[in-house]
Design a protein around this ligand. Structure first.
Ligand code: MIC
Ligand code: SF4
Length: 643
């Protein structure tokens, strides 16, 4: 049987396990990336492992999430990351150099290589045929130390593209269409390969928009073939040597095939508060808009920005709308500036923000109360914008410009003529904002600089055979990591300070949770399906751990979050009968007995002490996962086995 693109890369990197969907496999990781909001924790974990120098082919640390440095906290964390990088062999991309995924695609990504990043949108690299996956910080730390990355061997889905996008219909609309078809749970346990004749009509930045947003499907990753278009992109980045051709075999088999005819797509929009809440832009025509944001790792390429500039040229935005534009990288910004496109953007009345995540992670530019904000981003989870009742819609850059000009949700096709935008033959190459690590000799004498914001890592608790604890919080379906551990300008500076962060845990759902959990000492959370979707932040496991959470029982989990829970030593369990979810109430006293035997048999008994009822919970832990839970955490386990 032939192989898919992902299967070929997996085969070439397999260090353990069998390539059968559902089996645990371990992969050799060629490259890693971190960003500042997850990076401090990842490097603290790396340091605990006592390894002098990273063992990957290339590891890069980006500072892009919290670049405001509104107090010493972030400035200290950035200085810490920079000093760790210098000492341990990691490249350091300075604040201002751009968003990790955009810069990595431009300067470091290589087709056919494996990449894991402590950020859920790492699959952006799939746009050039990398097997790129989001992971928790600890998994990235282990990979930097040369350890393998463990995942469940995914199923293979294929999206077969035919036709060609019409003017004003974009790669973002393709992403929204697949979300409409599959939903935010539809990609769980799968890798999505994009193929078919239509692929040849999509440039690398368009492909990267699609693989970036594949994260919102819950997919392990998404990937495009590496072809002539990839070669041209790499050559334009001065990296033709990194090109390898990659395609699936003609007889490769897929678990699901979805057909999309690009020619038939219309401009789409995701309504609050979920990326799969998708309708056509024309169906919302006339809705008043307060704010428009263009940027984020989904839509901040030079290609996107040049289209925005061409559409804004000679026009002035509506006086009732505020428009922000954040180019994805220093390369994008400097090229926009040298060709004059930046002037067209600014002349329209737009505000230029730094080349960083910015409003996407709630770092400023929050909408007014109840305000309607159209964003070219990938997530519109409740409260993520920083305004609790903000109404965030996800759109393409073209739809964003149409709304900024008219003040209302407007089908961009009404703008009339779409100016032609070409990809440059050569990008402007200037890597001066990437600081190289020190040589081995030099590194030995370097000091790592730590600030007072870096607090102790929470203690881990080896899993005991019985767990008796109250059901401290019951939540519904599709709980995101933004619910569990919110981000935003007020909280993000404390990503290396778990005690401080803990005050905000589950704040969107229940502000009394942190106090109640602390008082209970140890506790259990119950959730619905797709619990923990969204970000890769391991803080969504570490903070509950700090507050005493010992087990989370749900209908189902999102991939990265379940790994983070296990790594932190919190037991993730699912209801054998999903209807039992309805029989549990917040405040019930719960008891799990014979946990060790249950881990082996795959079923653990849950007794509701308050009602006397009993239920069966599923757990399908691998031997390694059982050992991690029994040791108390992945770090404790790694130390135990002396990896
Ligand atoms: C996000 O988009 O939610 C983030 C912020 O980039 C996160 C990482 C984080 O929480 O630091 C992600 O997607 O993994
Ligand atoms: Fe940054 Fe937003 Fe992309 Fe996350 S989704 S990496 S916050 S731009």
């Amino acid at each position: 049987m032939g192989l898919t693109i992902a299967q070929k890369i997996i085969k070439a990197h397999l260090v353990e396990g069998e390539m059968l969907a559902g089996n645990e496999i371990a992969l050799k990781i060629d490259q890693t990336l971190t960003q500042d909001a997850t990076g401090t924790m990842a490097y603290l974990e790396f340091e605990t492992m006592g390894i002098d120098r990273v063992r990957t082919e290339k590891s890069v640390a980006y500072i892009d999430h919290n670049t405001l440095q509104s107090g010493f906290e972030n400035a200290d964390d950035h200085r810490y990351i920079q000093s760790v990088c210098k000492k341990h062999g990691i490249y350091f991309s300075r604040p201002g150099n751009g968003i990790c995924h955009q810069v990595h695609l431009e300067r470091f990504g290589i087709p056919g290589k494996t990449l894991i990043g402590s950020d859920s949108h790492t699959p952006t690299g799939g746009g050039i045929g990398m097997l790129a996956m989001g992971a928790g910080g600890l998994d990235v730390a282990v990979a930097m130390g040369g350890g393998a990355y463990h995942i469940t061997m995914p199923k293979m889905y294929k999206v077969n593209l035919t036709g060609k996008l019409n003017d004003f219909v974009t790669a973002k609309d393709v992403s929204l269409e697949i979300l409409r078809i599959l939903s935010v749970k539809g990609g769980v346990g799968a890798i999505i390969e994009w193929g078919g004749e239509g692929v040849k009509t999509l440039s690398v930045p368009e492909r990267a928009t699609i693989t970036n947003m594949g994260t919102e499907l819950g997919a392990t990753t998404s990937i495009f073939p590496s072809d002539e278009i990839t070669r041209e992109f790499l050559a334009a980045q001065g990296r033709e040597r990194d090109y390898v051709e990659l395609s699936s075999d003609a007889d490769a088999e897929y678990d699901k095939i979805i057909d999309i005819n690009l020619s038939e797509l219309k401009p789409l929009i995701a309504c609050p508060h979920s990326p799969d809440n998708v309708v056509t832009v024309e169906s919302l025509k006339g809705t008043k808009v307060d704010q428009v944001c263009i940027g984020s790792c989904t839509n901040s390429s030079l290609f996107d920005m040049l289209k925005v500039a061409a559409l804004l040229k000679g026009k002035i935005i509506s006086p009732f709308v505020s428009l922000s534009v954040s180019p994805g990288s220093k390369q994008v910004l400097s090229m926009l500036s040298s060709c004059g496109a930046l002037t067209d953007i600014l002349a329209s009345g737009a505000r230029l923000l730094e080349c960083a995540c910015g409003p996407c992670i709630g770092m400023g530019f929050s909408p007014n109360s109840g305000g309607v904000s159209l964003r070219t981003f990938n997530r519109n989870f409740e409260g993520r914008s920083g305004t609790a009742d903000g109404q965030v819609y996800l759109v393409s850059p073209e739809t964003a410009v149409a709304a900024a000009l008219t003040g209302y949700i407007t089908d961009p096709r009404e703008l009339g003529f779409m100016p032609k935008v070409e990809m440059p033959e050569k990008f402007k190459i200037d890597d001066s904002a990437v600081i190289e690590p020190a040589s081995v000799e030099e590194a030995a004498n370097l000091e790592v600089l730590r600030g007072p914001n870096i607090k102790k890592f929470p203690d881990s608790f080896p899993q005991e055979n019985t767990l008796k604890a109250p059901l401290i919080l019951k939540v519904g379906d599709n709980i995101t990591t933004d619910h569990i551990m919110p981000a935003g300008a007020k909280i993000l500076p404390y990503r290396s300070n778990i005690p401080h962060l803990s005050q905000y845990c589950f704040g969107v759902c229940d502000t009394t949770f942190p106090e109640r959990a602390k008082k209970a000492g140890r506790s259990i959370i119950v959730g619905g399906s797709n619990y923990g979707q969204g970000s890769s932040r391991e803080h969504a496991a570490l903070v509950p751990l700090y507050l005493g959470v010992r087990a989370v029982i749900t209908k189902s989990f999102a991939r990265i979050h379940i790994a983070n829970l296990i790594n932190a030593g919190i037991m993730p369990l699912t209801f054998k009968n999903p209807d039992d979810y309805d029989k549990l109430n917040q405040g019930d006293e719960l008891e799990l007995t014979d946990i060790y035997a249950g881990m082996d048999s795959g079923e653990i008994k849950l007794r509701n002490v308050s009602t006397g009822e009993e239920y069966i919970l599923n757990c399908s832990f691998t031997e390694r996962q059982k050992a991690i839970l029994k040791a108390g955490s992945l770090l404790a386990y790694t130390k135990e086995i002396g990896e």
